[in-house]
Design a protein around this ligand. Structure first.
Ligand code: C2O
Length: 529
């Protein structure tokens, strides 16, 4: 589809001719069937982010993990049940960087007759925080990888696809919500940006958080919220201020040092019905771009409304470091321009293993017992602790030692897993929104510095249940889940450039013995590579 933004016209990939993509409305426990026909010249696949895919791993969607890409002209039908799930999630392309424009909201209502655990809103709106690029996202990924350096900043940050009035040629490209004075609205927020965490606020109005990552939370009130790519939240906002027009603002939260980014705020409007159109909207404020205090305060306040199935005993205690590496540049490769730190190239790793994407899907390799595609030796502990010096991450850019490979960690069916995620890095530490497929997990602990089991405080009473945890800059998070969904499940940083650099790993969860504890057979239209 041809679109014109920021005085430039460009062709983007869309779903059914709509950008952002059409909303998938459903109810808890619905069976969802989506037939995807690829009419683009590129390989494609769609992931249902946050959908737990109970016994439906074949429909999860990450290319080369659970399926081969849907090739140009091909059709694949995704089929899954929204088993015990409600709230706001989203879908997106899970191949190359196509998700820049290929994404849309999933709204799952409670079952008929089941109310929300908060007062019924008067109305609701979806607010997608995104990034705009006029460059083809496939070329964008390729040129970034060829440079060896950091990804370029987005040309604009967008709210539901609109850059807002602070960008060139965008005075009228502004998203606006009309609010009836006195009424309460449910805003379904999602961050689909490729590479940027984002703050969000509305001038003069508090936000009451009632849901995060598709799970109800104990309500809490904030004036700013931060969402990492892959995170969603539902907030209530009441039009209880004086009759006027108010800015809705999004802007970057940046934790890496020396990173170039677009420091422009994207603005939408929250306009009281009857307020004059000519008045200047009341300005919203956002925290300073590297303010982690706001982020930590949000995280502290985040509590599950109800907790079920939180493992108190642990069968598998895992410790993964996550971070960026710098590798020596291969001067023999004429395609590489080696613009990373010290003339090297960026890589990224978990436990010092930088994930290499296979050429066939891991799920097919596992299901058909193909040899030579992956090895089951992903380390459960860091390969080496070289990047910790006196309890602090060592920032000298001299590591050329990440190990490249397709390694998986195998889990027994039903294993109670605790996973400690430690943020580190040889270049700089920064926060990483870590996303797990096939499960939601309880975030039982969260802190700065290096994880220390003797001082770490855990919440085993009402921890939040999430699918994406923004592991804090230079800090750690501890998550727990029960491995009761058989299949091949990707875990990765949801910052697209970090994923491209190898910041991912794969869990294989074995079948159990019971009738509803096995991976089903593959669908007949599953693409081949
Ligand atoms: Cu939303 Cu593997 O991604």
């Amino acid at each position: 589809m041809e679109v014109s933004k920021l005085c430039k016209s460009t062709n983007i990939v869309t779903i059914n001719g709509i950008y952002p993509g059409p909303v998938l409305y459903a109810q808890e426990d619905d069976r969802v069937i989506v037939k995807v026909t690829n009419e683009t010249p590129y390989n494609a696949s769609i992931h249902w982010h946050g959908v737990r895919q109970r016994l439906s791993c074949w429909s999860d969607g990450p290319a080369y993990i659970t399926q081969c890409p849907i090739q140009p002209g091909q059709t694949f039908t995704y089929e899954f049940t929204l088993y015990q799930q409600k709230g706001t999630l989203f879908y997106h392309a899970h191949i190359s960087w196509l998700r820049a424009t290929l994404h849309g909201a999933i709204v799952i209502y409670p079952k008929t007759g089941v109310p929300y655990p908060f007062p019924n809103p008067y109305d609701e709106h979806i607010i997608i925080l995104g990034e705009w690029w006029s460059m083809n996202p496939i070329q964008l990924e390729q040129s970034t990888l060829a440079s060896g350096g950091a990804a370029p900043p987005a040309e604009a940050y967008v709210i539901n696809g609109h850059p807002g009035p602070l960008y060139n040629c965008s005075e009228n490209d502004v998203y606006s919500i009309d609010a009836v004075p006195g009424k309460t609205y449910l805003l379904r927020l999602l961050n689909t940006a490729l590479n940027t965490d984002h703050f969000f606020s509305i001038a003069g109005h508090n936000l009451t958080v009632v849901e995060a990552d598709g799970e109800y939370t104990k309500p809490f009130v904030v004036d700013h919220l931060m969402l990492g790519p892959g995170q969603t939240a539902n907030v209530l906002v009441t039009a209880d201020q004086s009759m006027d027009r108010y800015q809705i603002a999004m802007g970057p939260y940046v934790t890496a040092k020396n990173l170039t980014f677009q420091n422009i705020t994207s603005i939408a409007h929250f306009r009281y019905t009857g307020a004059g159109l000519t008045s200047v909207a009341r300005p919203a404020t956002l925290p300073f771009y590297n303010n982690s205090l706001v982020v930590n305060a949000n995280m502290d306040a985040l509590r599950s409304l109800e907790v079920t199935n939180l493992p108190l005993q642990i069968d598998e205690n895992l410790f993964f470091t996550i971070g960026l590496n710098v590798e020596q540049c291969n001067r023999q490769n004429p395609n590489l321009t080696c613009q990373g730190p010290n003339g090297g190239i960026f890589a990224a790793s978990m436990n010092n293993i930088s994930f290499t994407r296979p050429n066939v899907s891991l799920l097919q390799a596992y299901y058909n017992s193909l040899n030579g595609i992956y090895t089951a030796d992903f380390p459960g502990l860091p390969m080496k602790m070289y990047d910790f010096v006196n309890g602090a991450p060592n920032n000298s850019p001299n590591d050329t030692n990440a190990i490249f490979g397709t390694r998986v960690k195998v889990l027994e069916y039903g294993a109670k897993v605790q996973l400690i995620l430690q943020d580190t890095g040889t270049v700089t530490t920064e926060s990483h929104p870590m996303h797990l497929h096939g499960y939601s997990f309880y975030v039982v602990g969260y802190g700065s510095g290096n994880y220390d089991p003797t001082t770490a405080k855990f919440n085993l009473v009402d921890p939040p249940l999430m699918n994406t945890i923004n592991v804090p800059v230079g800090g750690w998070a501890v998550i727990r889940f029960v491995a009761d969904n058989p299949g091949v499940w990707f875990m990765h940083c949801h910052i697209e450039v970090h994923l491209s650099w190898g910041l991912s790993m794969v869990f294989i969860v074995k079948n159990g013995d019971g009738p509803l504890e096995s991976l089903p057979h593959p669908p007949s239209d599953l693409p081949s590579c």
